[in-house]
Design a protein around this ligand. Sequence first.
Ligand code: G6P
Length: 493
Amino acid sequence: MAIAHPAGWPLARVDPMSPMGKTADEAEGQHDFVLVASRLPVDRVENPDGELDWRPSPGGLVTALEPLMRAARGVWIGWSGDAGPAPGSFRVNGLDLVGVGLSAEQVLDYYEGFCNATLWPLYHDVIAPPQFHRRWWDAYVAVNRYLAQAAVAQAAPGATVWVHDYQLQLVPRMVREQRSDVRIGFFNHIPFPGYEIFAQLPWRRQVIDGLLGADLLGFQRRADAANFLRACRRAAGLPTRGSAVRVIDAAGAREVRAEAFPISIDSAALEEIARRETVRKRAAEIRLALDQPETLLLGIDRLDYTKGILHRLKAYGELLNEGRLGPRVVLVQVASPSRERVEAYQMLRDDVELIVSRINGDHAEVGSPPVHYLHQSYPREEMVALYLSADVMLVTPLRDGMNLVAKEYVSCRYDESGALVLSEFTGSADELSGAFLVNPHDIEGLKDTIVRAATISPAEARRRMRAMRRRVREHDVAHWAATFLDALGQTRG
Ligand code: G6P
């Protein structure tokens, strides 16, 4: 089946840049498992000969689904992250991928606009004001249709199609309209807001209807599923019973379930990296480079206004003023660049950099600033070394669907040392009972909690860390995927 790109580009059949050449399109229409996500699990890179190539971007999702993708003739459909023609079908490390292409205009209107300046702030409790533009909505519909078409083309009769995240909420309905034979799951990686907030969206009915094309809807927390069910009642007037919504569409009446499936990480793989001698050595080097602090606080986030970085810095600055953390304390804050063309992100960067330089200006001595701010992305091993080097991990989002950094930190701490300060507005807070929970808006409370976490006894740290590690080990990303797909398999018949 030919897939027309909304901007007029054909979806390439073969990717000459793929080391393994053509693949997935040979099998078009023959995939029993089709994953549709906004992004592909690979990055486009230049290899040493100056040629463009693909490098796997290791994420929990791809690790968890790899075995299934291989066993079930799976294919992953998504965007490469660059404006330009569709990369088409190719294979990396034995995984069949189909890359769709977005025009520069679609990147602006769909990705930076509707996804990241409308839905993202709206779904994170309007921490930044969402913008509503009809032109952005039109681009969202067009790109969702484009990805839905790609899924329809790849799915074998009776296949399972799993759609991911807020960028693709219309895809379930668009697939169902053409393929009543496939089973459709959707998982929302970010929060689903309370109705009073969701109701602001001028296209709220269409979004609800798009999602209800699925057989099963997964959310991070029970509260997110409850918010969605309420939106079905209020915005669409649909009856709900327990976790089920009763929907009537072309095929007649059916029930769609909306439930919580908290996502996780590949905990064992992370622990394996943490145990490597090279990584442990690197962790020691980091502490040495920081002049062997007594207390090393660590923050690792995408530079995003949902992460509460400013609140964390404010609390830390005040603690330094008050001398409550002793003289030999240091904060390492990694803030990896993100969505840099979106205005709210540019403003946040300015605000963060202003406060970091104020704190350093007020408290640094030559060669030892109290904040090490790193606006960079790091390879996995370096991140793990950072996790190992820290005494206290600060995870203080104002709102976060899950927050996997918290789970990564505890997975790396195989010696059961270290403390986690965790915002109660994260999905992880439901699971990590050994964390020091905080309301990041309460700066006094945040300060007290940081001091407590930095001064607990090794025995208490061990007790807390052990409980958190057990939880993440037993509920890893493979467990999450299996639980969701089992539940999806039980829908319909
Ligand atoms: C969150 C979202 C993902 C998104 C990621 C990075 O984790 O849930 O869907 O891919 O942020 O954002 P980006 O805009 O770079 O894809």
